[in-house]
Design a protein around this ligand. Structure first.
Ligand SMILES: Nc1ncnc2c1ncn2[C@@H]1O[C@H](COP(=O)(O)OP(=O)(O)O)[C@@H](O)[C@H]1O
Ligand SMILES: O=P(O)(O)O[C@H]1O[C@H](CO)[C@@H](O[C@H]2O[C@H](CO)[C@@H](O)[C@H](O)[C@H]2O)[C@H](O)[C@H]1O
Length: 451
């Protein structure tokens, strides 16, 4: 029988030693994870920032993967959250989650695996979340009126994700953030603020956990699960495959986006003048960095920069406010004939302060328009007409609710679509090189654009 191993209870003293013995294992395992952000750069050092025994046989770790070249002076790297299960023997049911056997230190000889794959560990994690409390530097908190039942069966979502999510009994979904940045995560902050506004388009957080060490940071959020929901990407591809029209859904999605923008406008500090010059400058800087990282972009840089120059010269547009920041078809769910919006983290590679700053709502609109293009390019022959109709319907739906029409903001829309396509090029080059031609096709079109 497979036994879990009891580690010294309630103490972190000496527990950082396990990482010394796990370093070799994690160094190989970490970069292979979908959510690992530094795939294009070697890990030069892996260090432990905190380690806590969450419950017997389960360690909570924050590790830092350093990418600075040896001898380099500018530190670079990211912090990741790991939940490691430790057992005496390898469990056949956890083969997919197996990381390896610790060679040295207090865990020597024990089998180590990603505990989120272990239903028993996932159940205990929900138990911790149901009732407010602490474990070392970890804080477990609930919404004031939350009544979370125990004993819900967990399942780990195996979607291609930036984080890891556990669904409990089709009632709740727990998102465990993988890349951790100091401060409150917008995916807790924004849905919480929208719930307080009575915005029904966003599932409200019911519990969350955070750390106080090495600095304050959100680690995970539990929200109601929308049973039977399908995400916009799946629905769009289904419509394309069946040759179905998607304009009704796109129109409603435009309305839903505007609803969320209006609620965000009320929930956060007043909207501010959108400084187009500064935004254009930031876009230009991102373009240069992207072209440095992805050589295929380089021939298009002068053409693309034209979009940013046009933005800088533009003197009208909606006010800047809190936005979603990474809006695409995978971030919207359809349930009971309504659209819901999830995942307010923003573009994962951007610094947190930037993601939480006021930005043009056109950025979200541009994100969704790019997504229609992505969907249309999943089929051969490519369906530009399908994407164009969705685009029109989405903008019309948005305008009907927001009171202004994104289609009439040509310079803004083009600049934000260009910036978004540049982001996507870097994202695909890093995570899914086979998808690179999708945003590159848009880059070619946007670089040629004369209007
Ligand atoms: N409240 C919810 N109800 C139903 N499914 C959800 C809910 N929240 C997220 N999901 C599912 O989980 C997936 C991943 O969620 P998401 O927040 O986008 O995580 P990530 O940031 O890791 O991409 C979504 O695509 C969706 O299928
Ligand atoms: O993981 P997240 O949902 O936070 O977002 C990241 O991954 C997305 C892909 O999973 C990526 O979206 C890009 O691909 C989508 C199709 O898979 C497409 O609908 C989007 O329009 C396109 O941007 C997203 O950019 C990235 O931040």
């Amino acid at each position: 029988m497979t036994k879990t191993v009891d580690l010294p209870r309630g103490t972190t003293a000496g527990l950082d030693r396990p990482l010394v013995s796990l370093g070799g294992l994690l160094r190989d395992w970490l970069p292979r994870q979908r959510w690992f952000a530094g795939k294009d750069r070697p890990v030069t050092e892996l260090s432990v920032l905190s380690v806590t025994e969450l419950f017997p046989g389960c360690l909570h770790l924050l590790v830092h993967a350093d990418h600075s070249p040896h001898g380099g002076t500018t530190p670079s790297g990211d912090c990741y959250q790991l939940l490691l299960g430790v057992r005496e023997h390898r469990a056949p049911s956890l083969e997919r989650a197996y990381i390896g056997r610790a060679e040295k230190g207090p865990l020597a000889g024990l089998a180590v695996y990603d505990a989120l794959h272990d239903p028993h560990a996932a159940e205990l994690l929900l138990e911790r979340l149901r009732i407010p409390g602490t474990a070392g530097p970890l804080r477990f908190e609930t919404a004031p009126d939350a009544r979370i039942p125990g004993g819900l069966a967990p399942r780990l979502l195996d979607a291609e994700q930036s984080n890891s999510s556990l669904v409990y009994g089709d009632s709740y979904i727990l998102k465990v953030f993988r890349r951790i940045q100091p401060g409150v995560n917008p995916d807790l902050e924004v849905p919480g603020a929208l719930a307080a506004q009575g915005c029904a388009r966003v599932p409200a957080p019911v519990a969350w956990f955070r750390t106080t060490e090495p600095s304050q940071a959100t680690l995970g959020v539990l929200q109601p699960f929308l049973p039977g929901a399908a995400d916009g990407w799946t629905l769009a591809l289904r419509a394309l495959a069946a040759g179905d029209d998607f304009t009704t859904e796109a129109h409603e999605l435009g309305r839903a986006t505007a609803d969320v923008h209006l609620a965000l406008g009320s929930a956060f500090p007043p909207a501010v003048h959108d400084d187009h010059g500064r935004t254009a400058e930031a876009m230009s800087v991102r373009l240069d960095a992207a072209a440095h990282a992805v050589p295929a972009l380089r021939p298009f840089v002068p053409g693309l920069r034209g979009a940013f120059d046009a933005l800088a010269g533009c003197d009208t547009g909606p006010l800047a406010q809190r936005i979603h920041g990474d809006l695409h078809l995978g971030q919207v769910l359809r349930a009971d004939h309504e659209w819901f919006v999830i995942d307010f983290e923003g573009e994962p590679s951007r610094p947190l302060a930037e993601r939480r700053s006021a930005q043009s709502p056109v950025r979200d609109v541009a994100g969704m328009l790019r997504s229609f293009d992505y969907a249309a390019r999943q089929r051969r022959p490519w369906r530009p007409e399908w994407a164009r109709r969705c685009r029109e319907a989405y903008c019309a739906g948005y305008a009907a609710r927001a009171g202004w029409d994104p289609r009439k903001k040509h310079a803004l829309l083009r600049a934000h679509e260009t910036d978004r396509a540049v982001y996507e090029v870097v994202y695909e080059a890093r995570h899914r090189p086979a998808w690179l031609p999708v945003p590159m096709a848009a880059i070619e079109r946007l670089a040629r654009w004369r209007g």
